[in-house]
Design a protein around this ligand. Sequence first.
Ligand SMILES: [Zn+2]
Ligand SMILES: [Zn+2]
Length: 356
Amino acid sequence: MARARTPHAIARADDEKVNWVTSIPFLALHLLPFAAIWTGVSLRAAVLFVVLYFGRVFFITAGYHRYFSHRSYRLGRPMQFLMAFGGTTAAQKGPLWWAAHHRDHHRYSDTDEDIHSPLKGFWWSHVGWILCDKYNGTDLDRVKDLAKYPELRFLERFDWIGPWTVGIAAFLIGGWSGLFFGFFGSQVLLWHGTFVINSLAHVFGRRRYVTTDTSRNSFLLAFLTMGEGWHNNHHYYQVSARQGFYWWEWDPSFYVLKALSWVGLVKDLKVPTKKVREAQRIRAGNFDVGMFGAYTAKARAALAAAGDHAADIAGARRRALEQLAASARETADGLARLLEPPTPATVPVTQRRRRL
Ligand SMILES: [Zn+2]
Ligand SMILES: [Zn+2]
């Protein structure tokens, strides 16, 4: 059976550190959905939650990822603007920042230059890199094709307008419950729904194609992210607007794009040919636990080392006891010799005389 190459841990650079102070608002925002304990969850808030989650996932997957990062189809300028604005509502910065960092991820996948490889640590790849000052900026050289549009640069600069608009709308539609559960609840899930593609999709699932990275395919992640979970497919053929390569691979972001292409709003959807899909395929692609395997190997080694350590301690204790027992035996022998009454034959002549 073909297996993925064994991943090795990569050390993070010295400047790859979480800035805990500037991360406080992001971390504190995770608590806001709990306000639903007091506001309750109305039907409107529940509907808002589902619509705002999947609606914004679409703008991230079909927009920020497949369009702005990979240019896997064409859009007219007004649609491009709408797609970018929709992406900003997900509170993941602007399209230029997102695409520039994502293009870097593909360029350096799972090497020390990769911003968010799980080989640098699972939590780092999931969220740590976002909370690190080093990656706040945008390398415009990476996204020259996008930076030439002033309207995209405007959205990049005022990326807060999108989430604030959606938040206020959620409050007007669903009241406090709509705001805390519908908006903030879906926001937190949306962040982590996006982050799992950088973390879990490189750790958990099946590999269909031989790629130089640790990417994997997972139905569970595809369901959560409207089709992004076919991440091994995607790393293998990045230019494709379709990430679920077969009819059974759930990819609703592509289905929506396909429907938009029927009415002419989306053009030139790139999809893999049968030949591309079948080439370099791992025929007996087996489910392997990926980097979890590396973690369990590490845990096993640690346990074995701990066992050796325990054996060392037990050995040292046994040797000390043996030494103690030996010296106790010597002491006892010595005492016994001292206390032994001298036999007559051994009494010196002088002493015999004194007794007389
Ligand atoms: Zn990508
Ligand atoms: Zn990836």
